[in-house]
Design a protein around this ligand. Structure first.
Ligand SMILES: *Cc1c(COP(=O)(O)O)cnc(C)c1O
Length: 377
């Protein structure tokens, strides 16, 4: 074997072949591409792939220039949706340091999602060290513009070219990263949300707790209905009684009962909700700030009644992409109400500031959430 082809390094003990681009972009060309990145459009220069087979396990890890995959039309995931993904951000701190936010938590959730979809579980260390390797090579792609981040997208899908319906014998893990635009281009502007009375996202026993491609496909019609109603996002209710609030599109929801000691209520993780890492981080930070935190049930009837009485002072949604989104107004068939004065409340603003301070390393990392990544290559 020639020296050039020999695996130069390992990730989580797995040998990886590193074949970086031979024509890297100039700083000026990269800056130009990063100017208006949108979401999931401007990818960094490299990607990392790992093949898995039932016989041979994880193998053929490679870091290569970013580019298209060649797929057989019979690739199982394209037909049957056996596919899971993740998403988290890499922040450049005020001191120039680059850190991924809680990638170990995403690695664990990726394993849980894979288990539900009968996909192989990638070891946590392979996942996190793959992130170190990719972000290390594409360090210059972590933006320094305010609000911009590098969003990391791990994907695992059934790659076997055979259409018998059973768990795939072959899978492909693909790790890419893209530049994500400022998450608050218009400041913290509250959204208007539509309560879906006819569509459900997840049912007991289903895949609601897994971050799988199919959940997103199933939610698109409800999102389209919300848009037709002039709303920004859709609220999903539970599938059985159709009254318990579950999620807002691809985000978790938190309800604030203001007062001297604010009380935060969020739907409990019943198995039909996606266990958001932003949700978990905010519950922890709220406790740190002396707030009361409760994981329970919120009915859509109480949402309306408590907003009208003034007891419910703020509602916001949270997730990696948008971090925190205030909910100002709620609409459903035959009803419409405002939360608080329809503007961003003080608890929402305080929690957002605190979370961003932790993510960018502006305050001490008391919970060990920042995984600092060194430049490579
Ligand atoms: C990814 C996701 C979230 C948010 O999870 P984070 O880890 O906070 O990004 C919430 N709901 C759904 C349905 C999701 O897919």
């Amino acid at each position: 074997m020639s020296a050039a082809a020999a695996p130069a390094t390992t990730i989580g003990g797995l040998p990886v072949t590193v074949e970086p681009t031979t024509s890297p972009l100039t700083d000026a060309a990269r800056a130009e591409r990063m100017r208006d990145p949108g979401f999931g459009r401007v990818f960094s220069e490299h990607m990392l792939t790992i093949r898995w087979t039932r016989e041979g396990g994880w193998q053929e890890a490679r870091l290569t220039p970013y580019g298209p995959l060649a797929l057989d039309p019979a690739t199982s995931a394209l037909h049957y949706g056996q596919s899971v993904f993740e998403g988290f951000k890499v922040y450049r701190g005020a001191d120039g340091s680059v850190a991924a936010f809680r990638p170990e938590a995403n690695a664990e959730r990726f394993r849980a999602s894979a288990r539900r979809l009968c996909l192989p579980e990638l070891p946590v260390e392979v996942f996190t060290e793959a992130v170190d390797l990719l972000v290390g090579h594409d360090h210059a792609w972590v933006p320094s513009a305010p609000g911009q981040t590098l969003y990391v997208r791990p994907l695992l899908f059934a790659s076997e070219p055979e259409l018998v319906v059973r768990p795939s014998e072959e899978c492909l893990f693909v790790l890419t990263a893209f530049v994500a635009a400022d998450y608050f281009p218009r400041g913290l502007t509250p959204v208007t949300v539509w309560v879906a009375d006819h569509f459900v996202r997840a049912a007991p026993g289903g895949t609601g707790a897994a971050k799988c491609a199919a959940n997103y496909a199933a939610g698109l019609a409800a999102q389209a209905e919300a848009a037709e109603q002039g709303c920004d996002q859709v609220v999903f209710l539970d599938a059985v009684e159709r009254r318990w609030v579950e999620e807002l599109g691809g985000m978790n929801l938190l309800f604030v009962y203001g007062g001297d000691v604010p009380r935060l209520v969020t739907p409990a993780l019943t198995g039909t909700l996606l266990p958001g890492i932003t949700r978990d981080s905010l519950l922890t930070l709220a406790r740190d700030l002396g707030m009361e935190v409760e994981e329970g049930r919120v009915s859509v009837e109480d949402w309306e009644a408590d907003a009208r009485s003034g007891a419910l002072t703020e509602v916001f949604a949270c997730g990696t992409a948008a971090v925190l989104t205030p909910v100002g107004r709620v609409r459903r068939e035959g009803a419409e109400w405002v939360v608080g004065d329809g503007d961003t409340g003080p608890v929402t603003a305080a929690l957002r500031e605190r979370l961003l301070a932790v993510q960018t390393g502006a305050v001490p990392d008391e919970h060990g959430w920042r995984r600092v990544v060194a430049p490579l290559g």
